[in-house]
Design a protein around this ligand. Structure first.
Ligand SMILES: [Zn+2]
Length: 362
């Protein structure tokens, strides 16, 4: 399988400005590190740099309407003109909205052009794109998210292509509430979201008993300081059995570095090594269960610029089967990466009870 990373320097225009955690220098720091180390990665990852605005893009309205209401799209455009905010944490400007729109148009073009139908052979079976704006729902945005690219890709696969079973694996520190609401009634899309317990934490959604109209939504809320061992145990105990049960034709994974133990906006406890191992498991599982091992990956979150680029590379390396380079170190003295928290065991058993039909031994 060939893994491709699509990048565009235009993604850095998605920048809420000085003092805001979501800035364009996050993108440029990743690109700088990736380009400087590219000789290491070349055997594993094909790097395709694009200028999004120069691609033969589908019409913006056609794309946005696949995911959002016309009223919402209109409201976002009006707020952007007036430079008002969507929510307190998501101030709008014409540049933000233009870049958010362009990103979805470019995703649509890239998926339609390079990603095959379920039974076709592919140029690429694995793709990484910038993105993961999972808090935007049908008629609402916020949490730095204007338009939902994760949902768009799942809609393209199920509505314009002939995928019947798409799994969204959301490994961001925050629950994928927007994505979950969009697919609440859609039996063709299963969403598994592992995240920090939303009880006192954004977005206040993503509890175990929130499970969709077809039990197609699986939420795994972890307590603060969940370690590498906690995340890896959830992978073994929850994610593997559910993927084996659902038998997706493709996995859309999303999430960046915000579950890292040094992220300033979250209280999760993953190390860079943990990210690598977790995403190696995503790839191994796709290779076993999904025909051609197909994965579309969206990387975007992370607010500690000191670890973001290395962590994004660890995610990418795990999935593209590149080796882990030991110079990717970090410092999390408050976390024991090998500790399994009793609360994690409780949450795993709650999820298994709630979704018991998915855990029947084959
Ligand atoms: Zn997040």
């Amino acid at each position: 399988m060939v893994w491709a990373l699509f990048t565009s320097t235009q993604a850095a225009d998605y920048d809420f400005g000085k003092g805001h955690p979501f800035r364009g220098d996050r993108i440029t720091s990743f690109l700088k590190l990736f380009e400087s180390l590219y000789p290491r990665y070349k055997p594993y990852i094909e790097h395709r740099q694009v200028v999004m605005s120069e691609l033969p893009l589908p019409k913006a309205d056609d794309i946005l309407k696949m995911v959002h209401s016309e009223e919402y799209i209109q409201k976002v455009r009006e707020l952007a003109q007036k430079r008002q905010s969507l929510t307190l944490d998501t101030p709008l400007s014409p540049t933000i909205v233009q870049t958010a729109t362009l990103a979805l148009q470019a995703d649509a073009y890239i998926i339609q052009t390079y990603f095959p139908q379920p039974n076709e052979d592919a140029t690429y079976d694995g793709l990484t794109l910038f993105g993961g704006f999972h808090h935007a729902s049908y008629d609402q945005g916020g949490g730095f998210c204007v338009f939902n690219d994760v949902a768009l890709i799942a809609k393209i696969l199920t509505q314009q292509m002939s995928y019947k079973r798409v799994l969204i694996l959301d490994l961001d520190a925050h629950a994928g509430d927007g994505t979950e609401k969009i697919f609440w009634n859609d039996p063709h899309v299963m969403v598994i979201s592992v995240h920090q317990n939303p009880i006192n934490f954004y977005p206040g959604f993503g509890f175990v008993d929130q499970m969709g109209a077809h039990k197609n939504i699986v939420n795994v809320p972890l307590d603060p300081y969940a370690s590498d061992r906690d995340w890896l145990t959830v992978f073994e105990e929850i994610i593997i059995p559910i993927v084996q049960y659902f038998k997706p034709e493709v996995i859309i994974r999303n999430g960046g570095s915000d579950p890292h133990c040094q992220d300033p906006l979250t209280d999760m406890g993953l190390t860079i090594r943990g990210f690598y191992e977790l995403h190696q498991k995503v790839r191994d599982l796709a290779d076993k269960v999904v025909k051609h091992g197909r994965i579309i990956d969206l990387i975007g979150s992370g607010y500690n610029i000191g670890v973001l680029a290395k962590t994004w590379l660890a995610i990418l390396s795990g999935m593209a089967k590149a080796p882990f380079f030991s110079d990717f170190s970090d410092s999390c003295p408050h976390i024991n990466p090998d500790k399994l928290h009793p609360r994690t065991i409780d949450v795993i058993s709650q999820v298994k009870k709630t979704h018991s039909e998915k855990f029947i031994e084959a």
